[in-house]
Design a protein around this ligand. Structure first.
Ligand SMILES: *Cc1c(COP(=O)(O)O)cnc(C)c1O
Length: 343
């Protein structure tokens, strides 16, 4: 056992093939026992359900090395519960009780040499996913599925500090009102690609999607929820049934209330409030970056600059970030059950 010889600080956010992955198959109405394997290749029928009708979903979480050298994950039970909800909505089989977290633990243990060391800023990204694997040509759910987990080390999201991002109010929609916006389905990402490529060409970092029914309310970006801080330092979180329930955002809600003593309100947030200057700070939250500060929001040429500016995180956002990452890295005591020790 020796850590891989990797320049941890400079690896970026890309796929690096590690030694081991977890695979389990669903057939004849049940899951097999699951194995750790070195085989990174997936061999499926040319007519597999996932290839024809995109029956696939995923999760994303990280393993960290804490200050005292433990390897931990953060609230993996919530990834398990969210994948369960996603599978039900996509007519996919759910995993047996307890299997998700057990499989995450196994695959991290089988790749311990790939877990970046404490202090490097890098982490081990964990990607559980499931897809319909048997031939499907008439439109219906597959009968057979594969659930896999691979891991890949990822570098610090922000090199040299978090630079505020530039958002654009998108002309595209992310999620229909009673559609699939609240689940982690691959199809939500497939249809966002044209919008994000377009936004990048125009010089923006991300698209900010509005509610598709009225186009007046803030939803989220392609892969992160939004939070706002008002001028009294309190947290305002957009609420909608088509926003993906981010675990980072739900954790920040608790951190703001219990650790920072902020008032937290989850409610519909109108674009017009943002334009009228109701907020002092805004941030994007998700597993990858924890929080990315928002610098500006461009609504068709009318640019809203958040008072926190284009250089650094606002003070409340910074405190939220420091507290949550402190809990994840083990130097701040988290609420019961948040830090799951693997090794
Ligand atoms: C995964 C995801 C997020 C972030 O969720 P976390 O659980 O915090 O990583 C936010 N929005 C969308 C659309 C996502 O797919």
């Amino acid at each position: 056992m020796a850590k891989k010889d990797i320049d941890w600080e400079n690896i970026g956010f890309g796929y690096i093939k590690t030694d081991n992955r977890y695979v389990t198959n669903f057939k004849d109405g049940k899951w097999d026992d699951g194995v750790i394997t070195e085989d990174d290749k997936v061999v499926i029928s040319e007519c597999a359900g996932v290839l024809q009708y995109s029956q696939s979903c995923f999760e994303g979480l990280k393993a960290y090395t804490t200050e005292d050298g433990r390897v931990v994950t953060f609230r993996p039970d919530l990834n398990d519960a969210r994948m369960h909800d996603t599978c039900l909505r996509l007519e996919m089989p759910t995993l047996p009780e307890g299997r998700f977290v057990e499989a995450v633990d196994k695959v991290v243990k089988a790749n311990l040499d790939w877990v970046p060391p404490y202090g490097s800023g890098a982490t081990l990204y964990i990607r559980p996913y499931m897809f319909g694997s048997n031939p499907v040509i008439g439109v219906k759910p597959a009968d057979e599925y594969q659930f896999r987990i691979f891991v890949t080390p990822v570098g610090p999201y922000f090199k040299g500090g978090a630079k505020p991002v530039k958002l654009k109010i998108s002309d595209f929609d992310r999620a229909a009102p009673r559609g699939t916006g609240h689940i982690k389905a691959g199809l939500n990402y497939a249809m966002s690609l044209h919008a994000i490529v377009t936004a990048h060409k125009e010089g923006y970092d991300e698209n900010l999607y509005l509610d598709p029914a009225t186009r007046t309310k803030i939803e989220e970006t392609g892969g992160a929820n939004l939070i706002f801080v008002d001028h009294d330092g309190n947290l305002v979180i957009p609420k909608s049934s088509s926003i993906l329930p981010s675990i980072t955002r739900r954790s920040l809600h608790v951190v703001a209330e219990k650790y920072l003593g902020c008032k937290v309100t989850e409610r519909e947030v109108l674009l017009s409030e943002v334009e009228d200057g109701a907020f002092a700070e805004a941030g994007l939250c998700g597993t990858a970056a924890v929080i990315s500060p928002v610098g500006s929001i461009d609504d068709h040429g009318k640019v809203i600059y958040l008072p926190s500016g284009m250089e650094k995180m606002g003070p409340v956002t910074q405190k939220l970030y420091d507290t949550l990452t402190g809990i994840q890295m083990g130097h701040i005591e988290g609420p019961e059950g948040w830090v799951h020790v693997i090794e």
